[in-house]
Design a protein around this ligand. Sequence first.
Ligand code: PLP
Length: 380
Amino acid sequence: MTGHYLDNAATTPVRAEAAQAAVKAMTEEWGNPSARHALGSRAAEQVKQWRGEVAAGLGCMPEEVVFTSCGTESDNWAIRAAAELGKRKGKHIITTAIEHAAVLEPCRALEREGYEVTYLQPDRSGNITARQVKEALRPDTILVSMMLVNNELGTILPVAETARVLKEAGSGALLHCDGVQGFLKVPFTPRQLGVDLLSISGHKIHAPKGIGAMYIRKGLKISPLIRGGGQENGLRSGTEATGQLAALAAAVTAGRATLERDLAAMADLKQYAMDRLKSAVPQGKVLVEGGAPHILPISLVGYKSEVVVRFLSDRGVYISSGSACHKGKPSHVYAALKLPKKEQDGALRLSFSYDTTREDIDALVEGLQAAQAQLFPSMS
Ligand code: PLP
């Protein structure tokens, strides 16, 4: 790719290790893992190994990892399955107003089926507290779903503290975490977080699109997502997408190998970007500081973000206006922050990966300077 890609929270390029692993799985070890002959058993062995690699990345047991097709599938399944499991105990769910649509939409669907959902509101910096969970908790609460890292703001949510609140209250509610933006960006294990279910997605960590996984705590029995031939321990039938699995495992293993260095480099870049914006772009405002190292929400105050995104794109600088999943619609996350309209309208998200460089940031800063000089400020 030519240009400067600063939209890694939307998706990441597939890294060479992952692409090579996928090609090998598709052209050499391409048997059906359920087949009884040698090609099949070799493929089954590989699946076992890949599951182990993903489990090692998560810090859990291999049997606690179920492969899915994406983060959205994992989120939907977790929420549906938890609601189903708890329905005799109650129909109250707690989540946050800043979750991804992959969590909010299944919650809304459950509301239409008679469940009650409390959406915790963030403060102006995007923070949610475990105290809010405590206050919202009821005897009939059956599920709390809280993301680890917000995809638009980079804020880290208090998942471990929430687990403690649930424990102290003696609540039987399950805890689901959308770990899509947190996996390999902030260190955690599902056990440290105290979660029952946790979703991850391949394409945010340099594996291809079309592969995700769900951590399901050992001992937790949830209903299958897809019934059929009994793959994935009977929980998600369908012949394993071995090429995708291989790539996910390779991306996790490669990501883990240099994790500390990569996280430090991203944190450094984030600071560099904040410093450069503050000194070189008068209308540029950092909306939220701190949080995960790979996401920096800013605003070009007084300018329309869609126009700025297109302007930068023409110069080969790729960023996002809020979440790419909400194309065209105003962001529910910024709306929840109650930002001044001009800041909200100009909101942009920069997101980094291990291969982002200072030159990419410099190109962005130059692009924003040019945008300020050449674009008309918005009238609203
Ligand atoms: N959850 C979060 C926090 C995300 O950022 C995304 C993708 O943007 C998803 C879920 C959905 O993941 P996928 O694109 O793999 O379906």
